[in-house]
Design a protein around this ligand. Structure first.
Ligand code: NAP
Length: 289
């Protein structure tokens, strides 16, 4: 399915009440993206465990932050009256969090989990029967409006509710609705993918120093290059194959580098790395089921 637009969603959705439970790197990125695209921070409750994280979040976003380590009721209080609840604790904590909040949710509150490997069925087993559940696989570039999200909806999620979640997220990135069976693959490509791009920068910078550049200069060049290439790719019409060919002159320098990547098996390495990530997600699912 292609990227969804939000044309069917309610115009009142900007004032919908949201709760973010476990607002660390990922849920924090989702929250920042939603606030940056115009959702009122006064309509958002968030929870974290420690007070350091709480203070930063409060100052940066203006949302109401509750601290779970100080207030055992924090998660329950945060979801009271919420229309949509985003769960962002580590995968191992998602099912306990579902049990913790289930009696504080309205029957039509949509529960969206951003956790890798936790299936809709696993969450449904810990929530009240019929609770609408959406499984999301976002990524951290959502915080700069350039994220990618795969969404799968449980059977009790209405089209309107799904459109609303799509609308909230599409202010800060592309959103695709995918069958749940593809979520581990989405996780391996776009969920973990920002780390691959950062790792590429590290490797390019290290290679630059081996070619004699000052480490700081090598890092600056590598970072600006990957970031600039990323900006060029942000246009949905951009074709990375054509763009690569355009900067690869026959018998030139870039051609030598690409030939070396091919000869040393970069496509195979990518295949193995993403397969390992997807397999780990499947393994975590079975460990936590
Ligand atoms: N990181 C990614 O790029 C990425 C991508 C896709 C999906 N995910 C998913 O996102 C989820 C979180 O990963 P993360 O990297 O964002 O981890 P993280 O930064 O450690 O975030 C987890 C947050 O949960 C808070 N927390 C823990 N227990 C809590 C509780 N009982 N009540 C309220 N808050 C609690 C922690 O608070 P303190 O900070 O105060 O301890 C922390 O802020 C995972 O399920 C992961 O699969 C992550």
């Amino acid at each position: 399915m292609g990227p969804m637009t939000s044309e069917h969603s309610s115009p009142a959705s900007a004032e919908r009440k949201l709760a973010f439970l476990g607002t660390g790197s990922m849920n924090g990125a989702v929250l920042r993206g939603i606030v940056a695209s115009g959702h009122s921070p006064q309509a958002i409750n968030a929870t974290v465990r420690s007070d350091q994280r709480a203070e930063t979040l409060r100052t940066q976003t203006g949302v109401n932050v509750l601290i779970a380590s100080e207030n055992p009721e924090a998660n329950k209080l945060a979801v009271a009256g919420a229309d949509i609840v985003f769960l962002g604790v580590k995968p191992v904590g998602i099912q306990d969090l579902c049990l913790e909040i289930k009696d504080s949710l309205a029957p039509d509150t949509v529960v969206v989990s951003v956790a890798a490997a936790i299936t809709i069925e696993m969450m449904a087993g810990k929530l009240n029967p019929g609770q609408p559940i959406v499984r999301a696989m976002p990524n951290t570039p959502l915080m700069v409006g350039a994220g990618a999200v795969g969404l799968s909806a449980g059977t009790t999620v209405t089209e309107e509710a799904l459109a609303e979640v799509v609308e909230l997220l599409s202010g800060s990135g592309i959103v695709h609705v995918v069958p749940e069976s593809q979520q581990n693959a989405v996780s391996a490509i776009s969920g973990s993918g920002p780390a691959y791009a950062f790792y590429l920068v590290e490797a390019m910078a290290k290679a630059g120093t081996e070619l004699g550049l000052d480490p700081a200069l090598a890092m600056d060049l590598a970072r600006a290059t990957v970031s600039g290439a990323g900006k060029m790719l942000a246009d949905p019409q951009a074709d990375p194959v054509a763009m690569r060919k355009a900067v690869t002159s026959p018998n030139g320098t870039t051609e030598r580098a690409i030939a070396t990547f091919d000869a040393e098996g970069l496509p195979q390495i990518m295949k193995h790395a993403t397969a390992a990530a997807a397999a780990r997600a499947a393994q975590i699912s079975s460990e936590l089921a």
